[in-house]
Design a protein around this ligand. Structure first.
Ligand SMILES: [Zn+2]
Length: 147
């Protein structure tokens, strides 16, 4: 049998499985948001490689805009590594915030320093760096220590 070149063969119907795969790809392409501008300098993954239909539609090789970590996911997904590093920073901030100022009760600046700390605690609660309960506990512990 003589094989004819591909451009001479009649188009064949796409087998069901392949069709599903192609449709998945097309859906992924349609879903892939063109969001580069929205996410500039945000800790999110943007497409840096190929589509990964084997992991599901709309899954691509991504790279974080900030830390350059790579993973497969949906474009615009938050970066786990950046989120974790923000968490660690917040934990550290919380720790610093909950530490009372190092000042003696006899110190002429005691009241002012403690009042300043109280205000910082209140701001920390508002910013959700610490909970209200944490602020209260730290405040009480400092009062007990000062007596
Ligand atoms: Zn990142």
């Amino acid at each position: 049998m003589k094989l004819s070149p591909y451009w001479q063969t009649a188009p064949q119907p796409i087998p069901a499985l392949e069709r599903e795969w192609v449709e998945g790809l097309l859906a992924a392409m349609a879903l892939a948001p063109d969001t580069r501008d929205d996410y500039t300098n945000q800790p999110v993954g943007m497409i840096c490689g190929i589509a990964r239909p084997e992991y599901g539609p709309a899954i691509y090789d991504l790279q974080c805009q900030i830390c350059e970590a790579t993973w497969s996911g949906i474009p615009g997904d938050p970066c786990w590594w950046c989120e974790r590093s923000i968490e660690i920073q917040l934990e550290h901030q919380a720790e610093l915030l909950l530490t009372p100022p190092d000042v003696d009760r006899d110190d002429i600046n005691y009241e002012a320093k403690m009042r300043g700390w109280s205000e910082r605690l209140a701001r920390g609660v508002k910013a959700e760096i610490i909970t209200e309960q944490q602020a209260r506990n730290a405040s009480r512990a400092a009062d007990r220590r000062a007596v």
